[in-house]
Ligand binder design. Structure first.
Ligand code: G3I
Length: 472
């Protein structure tokens, strides 16, 4: 299998940044690894007696989806706290919830779930940023470049709020049709590159979080839709479009069931160099054999990092009439629960990078004494399309003392106009422009770095010239 272990992949990312941005960038890369790190694997330990303990033996997680109304449901919370170590918000981090009106973000419902989960040591998957459904109402009156800009603004706004806090984001959800072509939607109508534009913006907005594509009916390797998603990820990897993971929703409800080639599907995605995760599992009548089979398939694929069920009890399910979850309406575990637990405990592969060979140590932070107060800026193209481009500027403190505020100056080529800046505030949009730090990223410790991004219109994507950084 042509697989790139997760830890190696992240080291490769670190090396690329090292070349571009100097030793300081490695600090950012190390921090990113720390945030996305899963449980330490130890297959020699005793079997886990909860879903999360059993999953953690192999460096994996076991998650559930919860709606905000479940925060007042003690039956739900008791099981969730005991059994799960990853949470996904059912609706509360979706575009209509997080940006009800243009420029007015509302994170109260999402934060309530985030806070409940993280206060109990769980990680959180963000769901979702760009989707044809549950869009902000104002997107309905936009199209073309205006809608594209609104999508990018949304990604920046939401990911900026959760920057550094989440394990993964479902950046794009359900963008393919059953036959493997793109699903028609208002986002698709902005141009076929809308998915990669979303992923590039996402990387710039939060460089440390795992960026996933998420979809249903992609569990059978030979199915048209699975092939469509597979070829998109392959193309993204070949062209350097940032993508870290694919989420297979794994709804074996509504007439679907576990395909015989499920494990091959997982390993073929993994062989493209992405993590795979089962993100919204439910199974009609909680068939033990299907739950056992899907869990075992994941355990057999090293880069299958975790499983999330779409709810906890049947009473939490969007398809409750199919009784598809691991706990019944009285909070009792079903036979399927035991089959999942056993399959988790029987895992023979661990997630790459989660086992520490005996005698080895954790990566250490490079120690570069540097010079006091040295601020540098490095430009990187994050993509271009007919009539525009996206840039990312990494701002680094090469010194040994903290910088309090920074300003980057750069000169755009003729005809280029900045239309949007995130993680910074610009003065001027043509010719020589300056970008000052945002309120939350002006303080840069010794050897630390941050980045801002921008979108520009223009007939060329020539990189800005005369780029410099100053700090008061
Ligand atoms: O909150 C309102 C409530 O005020 C109103 O009275 C009621 C009347 O219908 O609607 C409530 O909103 C509903 C919301 O769930 C909260 O319950 C929406 O109508 C309903 O459409 C919405 O459904 C969600 C669905 O996504 C929408 O696409 C489901 O809860 C949620 O489980 C489901 O999740 C999706 C994943 O995001 C993507 N994959 C498929 C999965 C299942 O459909």
């Amino acid at each position: 299998m042509n697989e790139v272990p997760a830890r190696s992949k992240r080291r490769t990312v670190g090396r690329a940044r090292l070349l571009a941005g100097g030793v300081v960038a490695l600090v950012t890369a190390v921090a990113s690894v720390a945030m996305a790190t899963l449980a330490h694997a130890d297959l020699s330990g005793p079997p886990g007696t909860t879903l999360k303990a059993a999953a953690e033996r192999s460096g994996r997680y076991f998650g559930a989806a919860m709606g905000g109304d479940r925060l007042n449901d003690s039956g739900f919370l008791t099981i969730a706290n005991r059994e799960f170590d990853m949470m996904t918000a059912v609706n509360e981090m979706k575009p209509d919830a997080t940006q009800p009106n243009r420029g007015q973000f509302d994170f109260r419902a999402g934060d309530a779930i985030y806070n409940w989960a993280t206060q109990r040591g769980m990680k959180v998957r963000g769901h979702t940023l760009a989707w044809h459904a549950q869009q902000p109402r104002f997107w309905g009156s936009l199209n073309g470049s205006a809608l594209r800009t609104a999508m990018i603004d949304h990604i920046n706004g939401v990911m900026g709020h959760y920057r550094g806090k989440l394990y993964a984001w479902d950046v794009v959800n359900e963008a393919f049709a059953e036959n493997g072509s793109r699903r028609s939607s208002n986002l698709q109508s902005t141009g076929n590159d809308w998915i990669e534009a979303a992923f590039r913006a996402a990387r710039a907005a939060d460089p440390g979080v795992q960026l996933c594509y998420n979809d249903y009916n992609i569990e059978n390797r030979t199915y048209g839709k699975t092939q469509g998603v597979y070829h998109m990820i392959k193309d993204f990897k070949a062209r350097g479009v940032p993508i870290d993971c694919v989420g297979l929703q794994t709804h074996f409800t509504g007439g679907s069931s576990l395909p015989g080639n499920f494990q091959q599907t997982l390993s073929s995605f993994a062989a493209l160099g992405v993590d795979v995760a089962l993100t919204e599992v439910d199974v009609t009548n909680a068939s033990s054999s299907q739950y056992q089979g899907l869990t075992q398939a994941c355990m057999n694929v090293p880069r299958c990092v975790g499983i999330t069920t779409w709810g906890v009890r049947d009473s939490d399910s969007w398809r409750g009439n199919e009784n598809p979850l691991l706990f019944d309406r009285n909070s009792n575990p079903k036979a399927a629960y035991t089959s999942v637990l056993n399959a988790l405990n029987a895992a023979s592969t661990t997630v790459p990078g989660t086992s520490t060979p005996s005698g080895s140590t954790s990566p250490s932070t490079p120690n570069d004494p540097g010079q006091p107060g040295v601020c540098t800026a490095t430009y990187r193209s994050a993509g271009s399309w007919g009539g525009g481009f996206q840039g990312e500027v990494t701002v680094s403190n090469n010194g040994s003392t903290t910088l309090n505020g920074w300003t980057v100056r750069m000169t755009l080529a003729g005809g280029q106009t900045i239309v949007n800046v995130w993680n910074g505030a610009n003065t001027g949009s043509t010719g020589t422009v300056s970008v000052r730090n945002a309120a939350y990223n002006g303080s840069l410790g010794a050897n630390a770095s941050t980045s801002f991004g921008f979108l520009a219109n223009g007939s060329t994507s020539t990189a800005p010239g005369d780029i410099s950084c100053t700090s008061p």
